[in-house]
Design a protein around this ligand. Structure first.
Ligand code: FDA
Length: 312
């Protein structure tokens, strides 16, 4: 699936196929910012918040970087107009990090200022932020530096941290001390053993350790808002138990999952009184993203096969 996702030929061929639309609809909010906002409004009716993401990664073409910044700015403004959380996720390599660090930081600042301005039009409810995604380990330092710069400037910026990285045990306490949103993920890139844990059990155990740190009373005192981004129900249950034991009210942290992945479980968490957000991608480049999701679960593969078969 990763090879398919990286193939430009397959992507060009598949993205033109109307009959694969149901596959894109499963994992993607729509081709444009306005479609994605409609989708986010529908989710909100079900008690689920959204973090908007414009599809594309590792962008080297400055004109595509400019389009990405424009699309994200538009979606930020539209979410505020619809009185949704003003929350967008961004990969530093889609807004200029492939060109240089200054370009990425400048563009991230534009976006964080757009969030601050859009959120400023209505009463602050504390769930507005530009969430910076974390990509492969070659850009971890640059990504943390970008986050630090914007956070020092008082902008509503958040960052993602990967449990599987060895360096996370040093980076996380520093981030917690800063306060604000911190999104914890297991880590999605094929890193060498010198950089990251390579076995699932090891990664899961590090995720649990990092979650415990995020849910320590001192983390709350520092003003941290933990976002546990995982579909792992065992870990989610443990986190909910630990959070309650440590006195965290359910609105002081949240769970985040990918749009279209385990939607029934997302709804169950809402029913259980948890704050739930989905990562909601939009844009034309839906195939590489969707086919990766298919590769992550046999259940999704069955869905993909039936999507192809249904319209044949
Ligand atoms: P894991 O993959 O161990 O799966 C646990 C269980 O969840 C599985 O047994 C299965 O039941 C279920 N499951 C998992 N994936 C599924 C799927 N696609 N379909 C159906 N069931 C599934 N990574 C990164 O490196 N940088 C980042 O910035 C981000 N950002 C990010 C944001 C959000 C909101 C999420 C949810 C994830 C990320 N990730 C990420 C990806 C993350 O690092 C990780 O690769 C995936 O979330 C998969 O790991 P899980 O924690 O879900 O557990």
């Amino acid at each position: 699936m990763i090879r398919l996702a990286r193939s430009r030929r397959v992507t060009a061929l598949v993205q033109g196929q109307q009959r694969l639309e149901s596959l894109s609809r499963r994992f993607v909010g729509g081709p444009s910012a306005s479609h994605a906002v409609e989708c986010a409004a529908e989710l909100r009716r079900k008690g689920i918040a959204a973090s908007m993401f414009f599809l594309g990664e590792y962008v080297t073409d400055p004109s595509v970087v400019a389009v990405t910044v424009r699309q994200l700015t538009e979606v930020i403004e539209l979410t505020a107009e619809h009185d949704l959380d003003v929350c967008a996720s961004v990969d530093p390599t889609q807004i200029g990090l492939m060109i240089d660090e200054d370009t990425a930081t400048r563009n991230a600042r534009v976006l964080a200022e757009a969030v601050a301005q859009a959120a400023g039009h209505r009463p602050w409810h504390g769930h507005d932020a530009l969430m910076v995604d974390m990509e492969d380990a070659t850009v971890t330092d640059a990504t943390l530096a970008l986050h630090r710069t914007l956070s020092d400037a008082g902008l509503p910026v958040a960052v993602t941290i990967q449990a599987y990285l060895h360096r996370t045990r040093d980076d996380l306490p520093e981030l917690i001390a800063r306060g604000g949103w911190i999104r914890l993920v297991k880590g999605a890139f094929a890193e060498p053993a010198t950089v990251a844990a390579r076995h699932t059990a090891d990664t899961d155990s590090r995720y649990r350790q990092a979650a415990a740190l995020l849910l320590a009373p001192s983390s709350r005192d520092a003003g941290a808002y933990p976002v546990f981004a995982t579909h792992d129900h065992r870990i989610i249950d443990e986190i909910a138990t630990l959070a309650a034991a440590n006195g965290w009210p359910p609105d002081a942290y949240e769970f985040e999952m990918l749009f279209g992945v385990r939607p029934d479980f997302q709804q169950e968490l809402v029913r259980r009184g948890h704050r739930v957000r989905v990562y909601l991608p939009f844009g034309q480049a839906w195939f590489p993203y969707s086919i990766r999701r298919v590769g992550e679960s046999p259940r999704n593969l069955r869905f993909a096969v039936s999507a192809v078969a249904r319209r044949n």
